[in-house]
Design a protein around this ligand. Structure first.
Ligand code: ADP
Length: 617
């Protein structure tokens, strides 16, 4: 049992750890997935913003270029330019045209406006009054000039050889009757394009077809290349003097992730560097490629926030689930414990009930046994009482026969007298004698009825019994034995009643007075006192029987109430009188005690419950 319990506890702990590990892994996997999703969403958002910004910027560049595109064409139709090209040495015309071009340049907001002859020599320029005017300089090597001489709109961007400023050039041929006389050129300052890029965190790049960055909001990247340039390409660029003396070093960019054909994530710089989301757009007319580089820091921050928040939420959810499961489990365990406790209790109750039932059965059996014993005892006791009574009658038989013989003898003599008187016809005297006979038979009938009543078996029902009456009856029963013994009996002034069975009480008194008579037989002046008095505080009545015999030997006082205890000679006593008397009195709720009188002789006291006289009830 024990090892199984330990094993199951260990298994439970292992299962719990496994569950926790799985939960932790699930949490990490979940957070990882959330990280991937949130990164994707953030990147998508960033890409959208970049696309919009890029579009706006490309539109802006396009607009700028288109705005100036038509200007050289319009200028080329101007007669003054044609006239000067037709008369190149005319100083006045040169000056006038210089001023005209200066005005146009100013009004159009271009950087420079100038006129070149067919050899590429600048013959008039808006910057005629500046420190380094273009006039007299030959730009025939510039591709825009060459393109214009072919009759097309020449476009070019380059670092100005004189100004060292980045410019975009538009050149248009100046014709006279379909013959090209020269070209008019306008130059736009491209630093304005950079200036227009502000208010965004993203970096902007404009590269030429060789990958050289020539417009960028990141100053340090200017004139750097996206890819390392091959020596011949570098040579070609040098020859065109497009970027002057700039070294055109490679900007270390490595692609980390390609996200569609126009967008990718790159790492820029040596070592730690920076990561960007790059999006590009083509400007085919200008031959440019515009790139926008958005920092990934914000994405990282956003992903971190989302992951942390989700982590907290997931953790809280897991804790809630754990808590809930824990509560569920403890509730289940509690229910199991309660069930176990209940069944244990039921078992105990059953066991105890069984015990109690068995004890009950035993008790009932014992009660039954006791009842039977009691009944047996009762029966034995009744038998004893009865035999004691018969013994008393036996004892009294001599007295009784004397009692009856006396009136019988008297009756006989009264009858003889009556017969003799009748013969002498003394009728009156006959009548007197017959009356005496009648009275004597009455007395005999009384004695016989008392004996009958005494011998009768009785049920022990209690009724109010007059003490005076019962004592008088006792004395009458014992009259034949009293002889010369002085009986001192004063019935109480107030009638006293006790709750008793009259016949049984009479039997007790017959016993006690009988014993007293026996005790005083050998005494010179035999004397018995009977006294009845009330104990009002206890609602009891006491009857004392005192004699002037020898008393009871002190060492026997304890034993005289034992059945068959007697000190009398064979045939004189059975030793049952006192034991039966004690039982009778106790059965009636009273008590019986024996003592020796100080002046000699024995004293027996009966105490019984007082009762109201029958007529009062
Ligand atoms: P029994 O009279 O048949 O001996 P009892 O139970 O009536 O039986 O009395 C038991 C004994 O108590 C008597 O044998 C006697 O020794 C003693 N006894 C009873 N009454 C008296 C008395 N009044 N004086 C002295 N002894 C007595």
């Amino acid at each position: 049992m024990m090892s199984v319990a330990i094993e199951s506890t260990a298994a439970r702990a292992a299962r719990r750890y496994l569950l926790m590990a799985v939960a932790a892994m699930a949490l990490i996997a979940g957070l990882w997935q959330i990280g991937i999703w949130s990164r994707e969403i953030a990147l998508q958002k960033l890409d959208d913003t970049s696309r919009q910004e890029l579009h706006r910027y490309v539109q802006h560049l396009q607009g700028q270029l288109e705005k100036y595109e038509i200007l050289p064409g319009i200028l080329a139709t101007n007669k003054r330019l044609v006239n000067l090209l037709q008369n190149p040495g005319d100083r006045e015309r040169i000056e006038a045209l210089n001023r005209y071009l200066e005005t146009v340049n100013e009004l159009a907001g271009t950087s420079d406006t100038y006129l070149m002859d067919v050899d590429g020599l600048t013959i008039a320029a808006s910057n005629w009054a500046s420190e380094r005017p273009f006039v007299g300089r030959n730009f025939s090597y510039r591709p825009y000039f060459q393109e214009a001489l072919k009759g097309n709109l020449g476009r070019y961007f380059a670092l100005g050889t004189t100004s060292n400023r980045r410019g975009y050039y538009f050149a248009y041929p100046v014709r006279w009757e379909s013959r090209i006389l020269g070209a008019v050129v306008i130059k736009i300052d491209m630093s304005a394009f950079e200036a227009s890029w502000s208010g965004s965190d993203s970096i902007l790049l404009v590269t030429d077809p060789d990958g050289v960055i020539f417009i960028t909001s990141e100053q340090s990247w200017r004139f750097r290349t996206l890819d390392p340039l091959a020596p011949e390409v570098l040579q070609r660029i040098r020859a065109s003097r497009r970027y002057g003396e700039e070294t055109l070093t490679h900007l270390p960019i490595s692609t980390l992730e390609v996200r569609g054909d126009r967008s990718r994530i790159v790492h820029v710089g040596e070592g730690v560097g920076e990561r960007y989301l790059v999006r590009k757009s083509e400007m085919p007319q200008a031959g440019w490629r515009v790139h926008i580089l958005a920092h990934l820091d914000a994405v990282g921050r956003e992903v971190l926030q989302v992951v942390m928040l989700s982590g907290l939420l997931l953790l809280a959810t897991l804790l809630l689930i754990y808590h809930w499961l824990h509560r569920l489990r403890s509730a289940r365990e509690r229910a199991r414990y309660e069930r176990q406790a209940k069944s244990l209790l039921e078992l105990r109750v059953r066991e105890q009930t069984k015990d109690i039932t068995e004890a009950n059965v035993r008790l009932m059996q014992e009660i039954e046994q006791h009842r039977q014993t009691h009944t047996q005892l009762q029966r034995t006791q009744n038998e004893l009482i009865q035999s004691a009574k018969l013994a008393v009658i036996g004892q009294m038989s001599t007295g009784i026969s004397h009692e009856l013989n006396q009136p019988l003898a008297a009756i006989r003599s009264y009858a003889d007298n009556a017969r003799a008187l009748f013969q002498h016809n003394r009728i009156e005297d006959v009548d007197w004698n017959l009356t005496q006979i009648s009275e004597l038979t009455e007395r005999m009938a009384q004695i016989s009825s008392q004996l009958k009543q005494f011998a009768r078996k009785t049920a022990g029902r209690k009724t109010p019994v007059s003490v005076a009456a019962v004592v008088a009856d006792t004395l009458r029963l014992l009259a034949s034995r009293i002889k010369k013994t002085r009986i001192d009996w004063q019935p109480p002034a107030e009638p006293l009643h006790v709750a008793a069975n009259m016949v049984q009480l009479e039997q007790v008194l017959v016993n006690l007075v009988g014993n007293a008579l026996q005790a005083v037989e050998q005494v010179a002046d035999p004397h018995i006192e009977i006294e009845a008095y009330s104990l009002p505080a206890e609602r009891r009545v006491a009857v004392e029987i005192r004699d002037n015999g020898e008393g009871i030997p002190e060492h026997l006082i304890e034993r005289i109430f034992d059945p068959f205890f007697t000190t009398k000679r064979e045939g004189q006593g059975l030793g049952l009188g006192l034991s039966i008397s004690l039982r009778i009195i106790e059965a009636m709720g009273g008590w019986l005690s024996a003592a020796n009188r100080p002046g000699g002789g024995a004293l027996f006291t009966i105490v019984l419950e007082a009762a109201s006289p029958p007529e009062e009830r």
